[in-house]
Write a protein that binds this ligand. Structure first.
Ligand code: ES4
Ligand code: ZN
Length: 324
């Protein structure tokens, strides 16, 4: 099964590139940039990654990315991830990045875009790995700032495959960003949003109705609302589920209790993704293997899940055909 799951062409639709920062690279970049980290060793970092909820993770996630300062850092971060993903049989990566998390530290959007876009071209050329960019707005900062970031990004609009909405969900409902997402819609930029990870089903509904998103990131709390489940099934809304993330952030206490099997049984358009692999215990293959262990799924189920992601990717039909 491990061989089968490795060889299965996997498309990753929900990944935060800053969440791929492994402790070893974090230390190397800290040294290169003269940044002091609050950890003495890789073991200490791993010990600190014992999260109680989304916020406790986000605190360390934003702290960890303080080592990312130059375009070269962003390039090295992304290339290191692309190489790992490629080795696991990932054929396409759609990565969120968080401009505001860098802007507040004095690292401008041009630095981020230069590093990431260089890595994307290199991945295509050297690994045959295709990539897409999702510029995410931080929902725990205000919508005016998000709108400013979207305008600042005008030189890069053509390079964006989508905009997204992430960070601390509870108390930060999607509708606060309706004008920003309307602006993106008018620019012809597709939209996705995190919803129903820690937040209630209502946030999923409002992301669809008020932000006009084509995918919901996570969405696992939809099961609390049968009418919403019916809608998600009827409209075949793509849900980018991240099992190991949900486990490590205590959305579920055990993977065996994860809503994934019920979501599949409901006929929902589910995909498997890794979210922040450096923080949550592994990438795409680890997530697939964890599901195998917890749910005992056969090959057909994994083919279906991987197929759902292929159909939902921001790529053209010819590319899709190579992976089917
Ligand atoms: C995130 Cl797991 C998760 N949820 C919301 N925002 C995020 N940013 C990075 N990882
Ligand atoms: Zn996420």
């Amino acid at each position: 099964m491990r061989d089968f799951l490795t060889r299965l062409p996997k498309v990753e639709l929900h990944l935060h590139i800053e969440g791929t920062l492994e402790p070893e690279l974090m230390f190397a970049l800290a040294e290169r940039n003269g940044v002091t980290l609050p950890y003495a060793s890789v073991e200490e970092v791993h010990a600190a990654y014992d999260f109680s909820d989304l916020q406790s993770f986000l605190d360390l996630y934003y702290q960890g990315m303080s080592v990312l300062q130059t375009a070269r850092d962003f390039h090295d971060l992304a290339m290191a991830y692309f190489r790992r993903a490629h080795a696991e049989g990932v054929v396409h990566v759609e990565m969120h990045f968080d401009p505001q998390a860098h802007l507040v530290r004095g690292v401008g959007l041009a630095v981020v875009m230069e590093g990431l876009s260089l890595a994307c071209r290199e991945a295509e050329r050297e690994l045959g790995l295709s990539t897409a960019l999702i510029m995410a707005f931080l929902r725990d900062r205000d919508a005016d700032e998000a709108m400013w970031v979207l305008e600042q990004a005008s030189p890069y609009w053509e390079m964006l495959d989508a905009v997204g909405l992430d960070s601390a969900e509870l108390g930060n409902p999607p509708e606060a960003f309706s004008e920003v997402f309307e602006r993106a819609r008018r620019l012809g930029i597709p939209r996705v949003a995190h919803a129903g990870e820690e937040g209630p089903p209502e946030y999923i509904r409002n992301a669809l109705d008020r932000l006009d998103v084509c995918r919901i990131d996570h969405g696992v709390r939809c099961l609390e609302d049968p009418a919403l489940v019916a809608r998600l099934r009827d409209e075949q809304v793509v849900l980018t589920v991240c099992p190991l993330s949900n486990l490590r952030l205590r959305v579920v206490e055990r993977l065996e209790e994860h809503p994934l099997p019920r979501m599949l049984a409901e006929g929902l358009n589910v995909t498997l993704n890794s979210d922040d692999p450096a923080y949550f215990g592994g990438g795409m293959l680890a997530n697939f293997l964890a599901c195998k262990r917890a749910f005992g799924w056969g090959k057909e189920t994994f083919r279906r899940l991987a197929g759902n992601a292929i159909e939902a990717a921001f790529v053209d039909e010819a590319r899709r055909q190579e992976w089917r």
